[in-house]
Design a protein around this ligand. Structure first.
Ligand code: DGL
Length: 281
């Protein structure tokens, strides 16, 4: 079980380098990690893909909370001084419990970019593609009430898409057909802007764009999240030489490390160390 109240880092970083923990239900959060690394190149980034327990978006809240607590406990035990929740579902369902368990730890979450989408839309008709758990969460409902009350927002629960992306075959015919099935109602709703409300979806953005048509704007919040993280966890202006040695990216998975490594090589523009997460995580 997680030990949030008592867990202490087993390794400490020099004060000039911030060690940032990042997690998602699986490989989706790598779409956030690649932007984070660009924004925070001198930080050490420790990413956990909880692929053995994905998809979060089709499980109940208790599962998402329990897994998020365990993964954050692991990241904190390994020195994380801040956490980026690179998962809309875990942010929607578990961020309050995480903040309550680790009140001193900065948490940066991701949520569907409804506000930027409404700002971009000319017709005032937007769509959100996300997991069923995100769309039914109280946090997401509040987001819609705050920014989208009286607007037309088509909510599309993309059941099965994150799980299919987890298999790593991004141009598999069954995945492309599933994407088209979920885009069809958005086409019928005549939206001109669509929010990618799950961090897995940027990896199939081209297929989503092809299905929606070239006139539809697609909004992904990964860059905005990375900028926010960079502001909060500011890069030290002048780093001692030693600090750069501490920077780097470690990817761990509760699933198949070879598969994660293949995916990371294909999708990340930087080198990382890849490992299997400890048994029991
Ligand atoms: N990548 C996650 C998100 O942003 C969810 C995928 C899943 O269902 O596990 O919501």
């Amino acid at each position: 079980m997680p030990r949030p109240a008592t867990s202490a880092p087993t390794s400490t970083a020099p004060a000039t380098v911030r060690r940032v923990g990042v997690f998602d239900s699986g490989i989706g959060g790598l779409s956030v990690l690649r932007e984070l690394q660009r924004s925070l190149p001198s930080h050490h980034l420790h990413y956990v893909a909880d692929s053995a327990h994905a998809p979060y978006g089709e499980r109940d809240d208790a599962h998402v909370i329990e897994r998020s607590m365990r993964v954050v406990s692991h990241l904190v035990d390994h020195g994380a001084q801040a956490i980026v929740i690179a998962c809309n579902t875990a942010t929607a369902v578990a961020v309050s419990q995480l903040r309550a368990a680790w009140p001193q730890l900065p948490f940066i979450g991701v949520e569907p970019g409804i506000k930027p989408a409404l700002a971009l839309s000319r017709s005032g008709r937007i769509g959100v593609m996300a997991t069923a758990a995100t769309l039914s969460s109280a946090k997401f409902q509040r987001l819609v009430a705050t920014h989208g009350a009286e607007k037309f927002i088509h909510l599309q629960a993309c059941v099965g898409v994150a799980a299919a992306i987890e298999r790593g075959e991004l141009d598999a015919p069954d995945l492309l057909a599933l994407i088209d099935t979920h885009c069809r109602p958005l086409r019928h709703a005549a939206v001109d802007t669509v929010v990618l409300g799950c961090t897995h979806y940027p990896f199939v953005q081209a297929a989503i764009q092809a299905s929606l048509g070239p006139h539809v704007h697609i909004v992904d919040t990964a860059v905005a999240v990375a900028r926010h993280a960079a502001t909060l966890l500011a890069e030290p202006a002048a780093l001692p030489e030693r600090a750069h040695d501490e920077a780097g990216v470690l990817l761990e998975t509760t699933g198949d490390a070879a598969q994660l490594e293949r995916f990371a090589r294909r999708c990340l523009p930087f080198d990382c160390e890849v490992a299997t997460a400890p048994r029991g995580l």
